[in-house]
Design a protein around this ligand. Structure first.
Ligand SMILES: [Zn+2]
Length: 230
């Protein structure tokens, strides 16, 4: 087990470095794009970067590495249907969990460490089921693909600043609706796995625990993108 534990840490490290370099790449590309107005190839790189960054949390995963991979939660994730190392996030910020990465074998589930003390094992399993559902459905990859498509359209068709402003408003709405759809799908899959009533109860509890630790803006984002399931 020690060997695979060490490998998981190495993979998490590689993922984090990749994300970090992508962030720097995105900044460089933005500057070049702004200087040259258009650059089709660079637009691709930029969107790929932004798509990944939107899900990755970027530099934070580097910090998680100190805490390593949680073996018992990783085993629980396998039982729920996905082989992905679970990393604990020591952040005091109010997010409960997320998934990192788009490539097979380089994907991770992150759970807020603080919640482990506040939830029972069965309740943590519910949160894990939600994150596993995101991985099974490859939601991160789908988001990156949509980002690429939208950027390609931007690069080919959008030439004036006025049109760009309108288009970008439209893009933001599309991305919110797409995120909302993925959250609803993940909720349904998780509810099927652990039971609908239990799922709703636990997610409500997690939301109540996390709400006070989040900024108003982040709370609004959660509310918009996480629909209630019926
Ligand atoms: Zn989710």
């Amino acid at each position: 087990m020690n060997g695979s534990y060490a490998r998981s840490r190495l993979k998490a490290f590689v993922t984090s470095i990749f994300c970090f370099l992508t962030l720097i790449g995105a900044y460089v590309c933005t500057i070049i794009l702004l200087a040259n107005r258009l650059g089709y190839a660079l637009s691709f790189v930029l969107t790929l970067a932004i798509g990944i960054l939107a899900y990755v949390g970027v530099i934070e995963p580097l910090a998680y590495l100190r805490h390593g991979v949680d073996y018992s939660l990783s085993t629980m994730a396998v039982k729920l249907g996905c082989r992905a190392p679970v990393i604990l996030n020591p952040s005091t910020k109010g997010y409960a969990g997320c998934v990192i990465g788009i490539f097979p074998h380089l994907r991770f589930i992150v759970i807020n460490k603080r919640l482990l003390n506040e939830l029972s094992k069965g309740e943590v399993e519910v949160l894990l089921a939600h994150e596993v559902a995101h991985l099974i459905e490859r939601h991160n990859l789908k988001h990156v693909a949509l980002g690429l498509l939208l950027t390609l359209i931007t690069a080919i068709f959008i030439e004036s600043i006025a049109l760009w402003s309108m288009w970008m408003s439209f893009v933001i709405i599309i991305l919110i609706l797409y995120t909302r759809r993925h959250e609803r799908d993940a909720a349904k899959i998780a509810a099927n796995a652990v039971g609908s009533t239990k799922y709703k109860e636990v997610m409500k509890k997690i939301d109540e625990l996390s709400r006070g630790r989040r900024s108003t803006l982040l709370n609004a984002w959660y509310k918009i993108t996480h629909p209630d399931i019926s």
